[in-house]
Design a protein around this ligand. Structure first.
Ligand code: EPZ
Length: 418
């Protein structure tokens, strides 16, 4: 349980951690080689621990020193990760491509649905089949087999982050060139491309495609993951919603263009330098409509915290979710804190400004948790936020980081009645 006493402007500087969604595929990419892979700037997150447990369960040895994770081969790789680990985190499914490419076979449990939508893996499987894999689904498992993967051109119906990563990972050990048309261009996918290039499989981006030149064997590499743009954006929203001034350092402001224009349109002042970005919002804020979209559009992962911010802005804003069909579970919980909002189709209609007041609320996924946390920091009085294990999946040491900005926030062990 997280306890927050809100209502004060947050002010100060916070350091970004490495990006969760770049660190996870990077750790899984180590399955492509028997050589050591060093991943620097890995955030301290439950999801990173899950990725580490995943590669360990498959035969890797992992040593963590500070924020560096060193991965080497301990024994022959297994083609089948345990269901218990895969079920903890959808990104585990990315192990399918590397295991298939290295071992010629892999059996990975289907990741299943989750709180933000059905999230199928059809694009991953169609792509692997196009590379020559025989793919079968049975008893909740995907079994894939291929004597050799052969590079080809795969057209994605939607620029899926996971499917693009899956195909780059598998293509790195395929024969010839794998081209993904309409790929996801999220910075985390580009970061994986840099790691694969460093391992010896060159990844090239063009206007409408990304390609990887497959190799027979890949080398080890040392890689530093990019700063977390979603964590950065969340702290900027926390600064704006509390009408404070928050500077995020060791980050990449060029990855915040969609959020930064929306914040500016809403009346906040945004300043940036080479590796920092700062929001300050001394007065009221105005309603601004946003629509989520694949990168470089407004990130779906910032939609829930943005909705929290809009509930405190003057006027009616429309926040449209185009990436996940069911990313609305924060809506009824924000309403408990006093926000006035409703879902119409794929749009959240927010009527502001609402006077937020503390209340017991529960996070249903990582970013819904971030929305509730942001709203509770702006709300008068005390909020009890349950489901903090979800925040721990995505936000490195968030209680300490927020406390350093002046937040009154505490973590309490949950008792059996919570
Ligand atoms: C990644 O999820 C991120 N996760 C998500 O972050 C992020 O919200 C999402 O990309 C979009 O930016 C990681 O990187 C580990 P997608 P992913 O494949 O890869 C549909 C967070 O909070 N789709 O781009 O699962 C899918 O259902 C998380 O940090 C298919 O239909 O996202 C969704 O509607 C949550 N078939 C849309 O595409 C497929 O085979 C986008 O999904 C694959 C996806």
């Amino acid at each position: 349980m997280i306890l927050v006493e809100g209502g004060q402007p947050l002010t100060g500087t916070v350091e970004a951690s490495g990006a969760k969604n770049a660190a996870l595929p990077a750790i899984i990419a180590a399955l492509l080689t028997d050589r050591p892979v060093l991943i620097r700037r890995t955030p301290q997150l439950v999801d990173v621990e899950t990725a580490v447990a995943l590669v360990q369960s498959l035969g890797k040895k992992v040593e963590r020193t500070g924020d560096t994770v060193a991965i080497s081969e301990r024994t022959c790789l297994s083609p089948a990760p345990p269901r218990e680990i895969v079920s903890r985190m959808r990104a585990s499914f990315l192990a399918l491509g590397p295991l298939l490419a290295r071992l010629g076979e892999a059996s990975v449990p289907l990741p299943g649905g989750c709180a933000i939508g059905a999230r199928p893996v059809d694009l991953h499987l169609k792509g692997l089949a196009a590379l020559g894999a025989e793919v079968e689904i049975g008893e909740g498992m995907v079994h894939a087999r291929a004597r050799e993967l052969r590079g080809t051109t795969v057209q994605l119906d939607f620029p899926s982050v996971g499917a693009t990563e899956q195909l780059l990972l598998a293509g790195a050990l395929a024969h010839g060139e794998t081209v993904v048309m309409n790929p996801a261009r999220e910075p985390e996918v580009q970061d994986l491309g840099r790691l694969l290039s460093a391992m010896g499989a060159p990844v090239r981006w063009a206007a409408d495609r990304v390609s990887v030149f497959g190799q027979q064997r890949l080398d080890g590499a040392a890689h530093t993951v990019i700063p977390d743009r979603i964590e950065t954006g969340t702290y900027l929203i926390v600064g704006a919603i509390t009408r404070g001034t928050v500077r995020v350092v060791r980050t990449d402001p060029s990855l915040q263009t969609a959020l930064s224009s929306a914040l500016t349109a809403a009346g906040a002042a945004v300043k940036e330098g080479t590796d920092w970005i700062e929001v300050s919002s001394p007065g009221g804020m105005q309603a601004v409509d946003v629509k989520t979209a694949p990168h470089p559009g407004f990130p779906t992962d910032l939609q829930p915290p943005w909705v929290a911010l809009m509930s405190t802005a003057s006027g009616k804003s429309l926040v449209t979710e185009t990436v996940f069909e069911a990313r609305f579970h924060h809506v009824p919980e924000l309403a408990r804190l006093g926000a006035r909002l409703r879902v119409e189709g794929r749009t959240i209609v927010v009527e502001g400004p609402a006077g937020l007041r503390g209340a017991p609320v529960r996070a249903s996924d990582i970013r819904a948790g971030a929305a509730l946390l942001a709203a509770s920091l702006a709300a008068q009085g005390c909020t009890e936020l349950a489901g903090e294990e979800l925040l721990q999946r995505g936000y490195d040491t968030f209680v300490d980081k927020l406390a350093a900005l002046g937040a009154r926030i505490w973590q309490r062990e949950e008792n059996s009645n919570d």
